[in-house]
Design a protein around this ligand. Structure first.
Ligand SMILES: Nc1ncnc2c1ncn2[C@@H]1O[C@H](COP(=O)(O)OP(=O)(O)OP(=O)(O)O)[C@@H](O)[C@H]1O
Length: 230
């Protein structure tokens, strides 16, 4: 079976004055369904660039970006957007929830934008709220939720699209210790339950042992993932 995400010799160059800067330097990485991988590394090492390329938001200068075996770099912009919609859930550091909508509605609008009928998406939205431990808070608006709860809504919303790949950018950056651990534990759980492949950028090395493996970036180069000791 093809890995959900497979980067092959992926290089991303930015213009830097008269020269170029390699934000990604022949990166090779695969993430399989049901696996959660931590991506660590110092500031400026290329983590966000890797997520953006994996999300098909930026096209690499060279190399391949395979999603379930489909090479996104060979597709048109329209085809790429469709592939992204089908395959990828993105969880940013800041949940970016709509202030006037309840937690449940944040999920329903995500489904609506994908063209799903409210009837079909309603049950799934409710199930997801329960899964992330927010069944009792489904009617609350973002300002009535804690930071940890907002991040849970963010995770549930990303799952509404039934993605095969979850790309997560610093999910614990704005949270205290207890809530951070709970959010990473939730990501591990949804990775298993939904058999999704998860790639999580984090600077909190404390939570890395909760995940399956760690790959580290430095100057655009990626180390081979090291499995966590059981
Ligand atoms: N749009 C851009 N144009 C030019 N250079 C860029 C651009 N985006 C990123 N870079 C450069 O590419 C390199 C990698 O940046 P990137 O943001 O991917 O690193 P990072 O590891 O995510 O850093 P941080 O942890 O601070 O977010 C850095 O040297 C950065 O300055």
């Amino acid at each position: 079976m093809n890995p959900a995400l497979n980067l092959i010799d992926t290089t991303l160059e930015y213009r830097d004055g008269d020269g170029t800067l390699k934000a990604l330097d022949r990166v090779n990485l695969s993430v399989k369904s049901g696996e959660i991988l931590s991506l660590t590394g110092p500031s400026g090492s290329g983590k966000s660039s890797l997520l953006a390329v994996a999300a098909t938001l930026i096209r690499p200068t060279s190399g391949l970006v395979l999603l379930d075996g489909i090479d996104a770099t060979a597709l048109s912009a329209q085809e790429t957007a469709a592939l992204r919609r089908e395959h990828i859930g993105i969880i940013f550091q800041q949940p970016n929830l709509l202030p006037s909508l309840t937690a449940l509605e944040q999920l329903q609008i995500a489904a609506h934008l994908r063209g799903e009928s409210p009837k079909k998406s309603g049950t799934r939205a409710q199930d997801l709220m329960e899964l992330v431990g927010l069944a009792g808070a489904a009617g609350r608006r973002p300002h009535e939720l804690s930071g940890g709860q907002r991040q849970r809504v963010n995770i549930a919303r990303a799952l509404m699209g039934q993605p095969k790949l979850l790309l997560v950018d610093e999910p614990t950056a704005a949270l205290d210790h207890e809530r951070s651990a709970a959010v990473v534990e939730l990501l591990v759980r949804v990775t298993r339950e939904f058999n999704v492949a998860t790639l999580m950028v984090t600077h909190d090395t404390e939570y890395v042992p909760l995940t399956d493996a760690e790959a580290s970036m430095r100057d655009g180069q990626l180390t081979a993932p090291q499995a966590m000791a059981a």
